[in-house]
Design a protein around this ligand. Structure first.
Ligand code: GRF
Length: 206
């Protein structure tokens, strides 16, 4: 029997929100003991906001243009997340690099999903980078966020073979299927207190 209260997630988005949806779905089936306390978007037109509204999740639009520096933006973001009682921050397609202000406010408690097998192909257009390079396998990575671009300690990865006739679109779709499985799984491990970090290495407790 599950006695622990659900962990409060703050999900940060900028776009479609299919990963947000996968997390919501996993919570609703009872497979993930969590609740989405709020969805925050830097893009007022993000489709993810509609998904959140459909599930009665509070949304906050936190636009880049209202702040003159990354640190000011992040300080306000920390305030919103803390006001909502967020315990774990989930970057689900959030198209901004976080500063020290955010990273130190949530130590080892910010997760990101990246559409490649890090440390290969960090940054934007990871699927195109993989195709252009000619790798036979790529995939996705869930990692803890530090101040670098896709550099933090790795929690889970899933491998996706690259087909000869793959396009950026077809490869992205297959990677996303793995994202939708691995991201909620990593959140579950975190919520069960099973993740410890030692330097770059993440240990997953049985
Ligand atoms: C995903 O491909 C994720 O790996 C990357 O941004 C994309 C977000 O997709 N960080 P969605 O908005 O969750 O559909």
């Amino acid at each position: 029997m599950e006695n622990k209260p659900p962990i409060a997630l703050g999900v940060l988005v900028s776009g479609n929100g299919s990963n947000l949806q996968a997390i919501i779905d996993r919570i609703e089936t009872g497979a993930l003991n969590a609740r989405v306390a709020c969805v925050i978007s830097n893009n007022p037109d993000a489709y993810a906001l509609k998904r959140a509204a459909r599930h009665n999740i509070p949304v906050v639009i936190h636009e880049n243009s209202r702040f003159s520096s990354r640190k000011e933006y992040d300080a306000a973001l920390v305030q919103i997340l803390q006001d909502q009682g967020v315990e774990l921050v989930v970057l689900a397609g959030f198209m901004r690099i976080l500063s020290e202000v955010m990273v130190s406010a949530f130590p080892n408690a910010i997760l990101n999903i990246h559409p490649a097998l890090l440390p290969a192909f960090p940054g934007l257009h990871a699927q195109k980078q993989a195709l252009d390079y000619g790798v036979r396998y790529t995939g996705c990575t869930v990692h803890i966020v530090d101040c670098g671009t896709d550099t933090g300690p790795i929690i889970l990865q899933a491998v996706v073979p690259v087909d000869q006739d793959d396009t950026e679109q077809s490869l992205s779709e297959r990677i996303q299927r793995e994202e939708h499985r691995t991201f909620p799984e990593a959140i579950r491990l975190f919520s069960e207190g099973r993740i410890t970090v030692e330097g770059r290495r993440v240990h997953i407790l049985p």
